[in-house]
Design a binder for this molecule. Structure first.
Ligand SMILES: [Mn+2]
Length: 287
C-alpha cells in the first residue's frame, strides 16, 4: 500500500480540510469539484486532508456558538458519498488519513466529542458496515505530493524524515501506544497525524525531504479560515469549527510551481466554500 499520493503536473486540485462528519460541507465541496472538473475537461482532482469523520452529537440547544453553524455528525453518510464520488471519478478523488480515521485502523481512539468516538461510530454503523468502513480507511494515504511543490499532510509538517520513502513505508499500527499524549513521540506517523505546529526549520526540512516547497494541512481550527506560517506552511479550515463566512478551500493550478505560501492568493487559490455568505476579504460576496 503506497502511503503517499502522487498528483500529476496538469489540471487543477481542489483541497478540502477537516469535515468531521459535516455532510452539508462535503456536498458543497463536491459541487465545487464537479464545476471545476467540467471547466478543465475532466482534469480536476479533489483531495481531502483527513478527519472526514467524527463530529459532534449535540442537540441544537447544546451547541456551543464558537463551533460555527449547527450540524449533527453524519460520518457514515460522508464516507458513503465519498466512496460513491470516487467510483464516479476514478483516480480523481483522494483522501489522507486524519487522527480521527486512524483510530479505526490501529491508532489511538479519539475522545473529542465522545468518550470513545471510534467505538461510538462503529456501534452506529454495525459490524458489517464497520468492516467495509475500515477497508475504505485503509486506502487513505499519509501524505500527498504534487509537482507544483505542494506537500499535503493532516497535521503540521513536524515529522523528522530524510526521504519520502520513510512516509511511504510507515506502519499504521501504534501497538502499545495507549495514550494520545504518547502519540507525538511515535516516529513519522505521530507528528503527521497529530502535530498542531512545526517550526519553520522543521517544515523546510520536511517539505524538502518530500520533494516539495510548501506544506498544506488542516487538523487545527483557524477561525479566520487560513493562516500562513513562514514561507512554507499554510493551515486551511474548510469546515469544522469555522463559521460559513470564513470557510475556505484551495484551488491549485497543478501546472504551476509554487515557491512560497504567499504565491497562494485569496480570490485565486484561496477561495470561500460559500461565496454568497463569505467575507469579501476571503474572496466572498458578503460585507
Ligand atoms: Mn485532526
Amino acid at each position: 500500500m503506497a502511503r503517499v499520493i502522487r498528483l500529476p503536473n496538469h489540471g487543477r486540485l481542489i483541497v478540502c480540510t477537516d469535515l468531521q462528519g459535516c455532510l452539508r460541507d462535503f456536498r458543497a465541496i463536491t459541487e465545487i469539484f464537479l464545476r471545476v472538473n467540467a471547466q478543465c475537461r475532466g482534469l480536476a482532482h479533489l483531495l481531502f486532508t483527513g478527519d472526514l469523520v467524527h463530529g459532534p452529537h449535540l442537540y441544537e440547544h447544546e451547541w456551543p456558538e464558537f463551533l460555527g453553524e449547527y450540524y449533527r455528525d453524519q460520518s457514515g453518510e460522508v464516507i458513503d458519498e465519498f466512496v460513491a464520488l470516487s467510483g464516479k471519478h476514478p483516480g480523481q478523488i483522494h483522501a489522507l488519513l486524519g487522527n480521527h480515521e486512524h483510530g479505526h485502523i490501529g491508532g489511538p481512539h479519539t475522545a473529542k466529542f465522545a468518550l470513545d468516538e471510534v467505538l461510538l461510530l462503529e456501534a452506529r454503523l454495525g459490524p458489517a458496515k464497520t468492516e467495509w468502513f475500515r477497508e475504505v480507511l485503509y486506502g487513505f494515504a499519509l501524505a500527498a505530493v504534487a509537482p507544483c511543490g505542494a506537500v499535503f499532510t493532516h497535521g503540521a509538517p513536524a515529522a523528522e524524515i530524510d526521504s519520502i520513502e520513510q512516509v511511504e513505508s510507515a506502519d499504521l499500527q501504534t501497538m502499545e501506544i495507549e495514550s494520545v499524549l504518547d502519540i507525538l513521540d511515535l516516529p513519522v506517523i505521530g507528528p503527521i497525524l497529530w502535530a498542531r505546529s512545526a517550526s519553520p526549520e522543521a517544515a523546510q526540512r520536511f517539505v524538502r525531504a518530500m520533494g516539495g516547497t510548501i506544506s498544506i494541512y488542516g487538523h487545527d481550527v483557524i477561525p479566520e479560515g487560513f493562516e500562513r506560517i513562514g514561507d512554507e506552511q499554510i493551515v486551511v479550515s474548510t469546515s469544522f469549527g469555522v463559521f460559513d463566512t470564513n470557510k475556505v478551500y484551495l484551488d491549485l493550478d497543478l501546472e504551476r510551481r509554487y515557491q512560497s505560501v504567499y504565491d497562494l492568493e485569496v480570490g485565486r487559490e484561496i477561495l470561500p466554500l460559500y461565496p454568497d455568505k463569505a467575507l469579501k476579504s476571503l474572496g466572498g460576496r458578503a460585507d
